[in-house]
Design a protein around this ligand. Structure first.
Ligand code: BGC
Length: 391
């Protein structure tokens, strides 16, 4: 582990939008720079990422792989800040939304960009649940419901401990956080780690681990917003999506599951790859205001199995996702409002989408859904893997 200053990518090598010929040359230069890095290849470079409003210093860690992809993660919210992947001609682009420093992540413009989301990802009806004969009331921060772990002490808003290591698999950062009993209204103290590993092959794997000193609902995800043309490109609606899901969990007007598990209707049928925009009108005028649905994965629930593939036909970039989780929330960036993000990019309505591997929303109140209750003595382990390619 070393603490040498990060060498920023020269502006001419930074590709956020659709490639030009000049950019292709720059990309090739960038790739060759990757192959002959100016710092030792086994080093994990760490740089300051600003100071939080309450005075905590936050860091950015750079993970590199021999095969090209580069990830940058911060200890604020155990967040994925940048993800660089090559297109079909080798040109690199940063394919997720985010901010240049921690103040951006603390601002109202941040809609959970790249963060670790929890203690319970997605919604809990009216922020209320019963467990062990007690009723718990959480923050109501999304209409009448609780969303993504609540307020100022939700997991995306706290600074995690970080430990960087180079392993046989690749470069990794393990973030650890102990959430005290009662934090954000949740019962029990939780000890968690979120480990980002960029393998030598360029896969980004996220391993989650947690133990608890009492029964508590728990459901972590990563909330990266993807645009495979490069962050700041105007829309993601021409990306083709394939989901390994023949069923989904329908929701009511406030996006709480009804409890049913139904076969996907035409608008939600992504079993064969197709452009996201094709049946958008089937969901745009509904309570979800676009795609914002939990899909029930058809894969083996006990294994790391295929969940989703996203393909940008223009650049050729492909993201495929494998997970041990039973569900995936496909959200088409319906509430992006043109906020300003990394390196001056603008994030227009539906200019990125999220593919959040998870247990189903409101599981704590839905007895027929797979349980999200973590109990003392158990160790919860889940994994989601992101693979980048081009065609
Ligand atoms: C939810 C959306 C929400 C978005 C951003 C997604 O996970 O499903 O309803 O608007 O996160 O907060």
């Amino acid at each position: 582990m070393m603490r040498a200053p990060l060498l920023p990518l020269p502006e001419s090598h930074v590709m956020d939008r659709r490639p030009s010929a000049a950019a292709a040359i720059a990309g090739a230069l960038f790739l060759s720079a990757c192959q002959t890095p100016t710092h030792r290849p086994m080093e994990i470079v760490t740089t300051p990422f600003g100071t939080t409003a309450d005075g905590q210093q936050v860091r950015l860690f750079e993970l590199r792989s021999a095969s090209g992809p580069i990830a940058r993660v911060t200890d604020y919210g155990a967040t994925l800040v940048e993800m660089w992947a090559p297109d079909r001609s080798g040109e690199m682009a940063d394919v997720i939304l985010g901010f240049d420093d921690v103040r951006g992540y603390e601002s109202d413009a941040n809609q959970y960009f790249g963060c670790t989301t929890g203690r319970v990802a997605n919604r809990i009806a009216e922020g209320r649940f019963e467990l062990g004969g007690q009723t718990y009331q959480l923050a109501v921060n999304n209409g009448p419901n609780h969303l993504h772990g609540g307020g100022a002490r939700a997991l995306n808003r706290v600074v995690w401990d970080a430990e960087a290591a180079v392993t046989e698999e690749g470069q990794q950062v393990r973030f650890r956080y102990v959430s005290p009993n009662g934090e954000e209204g949740y019962p029990a103290a939780l000890t968690m780690s979120v480990t980002y590993t960029l393998t030598a092959d360029g896969d980004l794997r996220i391993d989650y681990e947690a133990t608890s000193d009492g029964a508590t609902p728990f459901n972590l995800t990563n909330h990266a917003y993807w645009n495979l043309a490069g962050q700041g490109a105007p829309t993601v609606l021409d990306h083709e999506l394939r989901l390994n899901a023949s069923r989904y969990t329908p929701v009511d007007a406030t996006l709480i599951p009804t409890g049913a598990i139904d076969t996907v209707p035409v608008a939600l049928d992504f079993r064969s790859a197709r452009p996201i925009r094709d049946h958008l009108e089937g969901v745009a005028g509904t309570s979800t205001e676009g795609y914002d649905h939990n899909f029930v994965l058809d894969g083996n629930p006990d294994a790391l199995d295929f969940a989703a593939e996203l393909h940008d036909p223009t650049s050729g970039r492909v993201l495929s996702i494998w997970t041990t989780e039973p569900g995936i929330q496909f959200y088409s960036g319906n509430f992006l409002f043109g906020q300003r993000g990394k390196r001056g990019a603008t994030y227009a309505h539906r200019s990125a989408c999220c593919l959040e591997t998870q247990h189903f929303p409101d599981s704590v109140n839905q007895p027929t859904f797979p349980s999200t209750i973590l109990r003392p003595g158990e160790t919860l382990r889940t994994t989601t893997l992101h693979r980048f390619s081009a065609r």
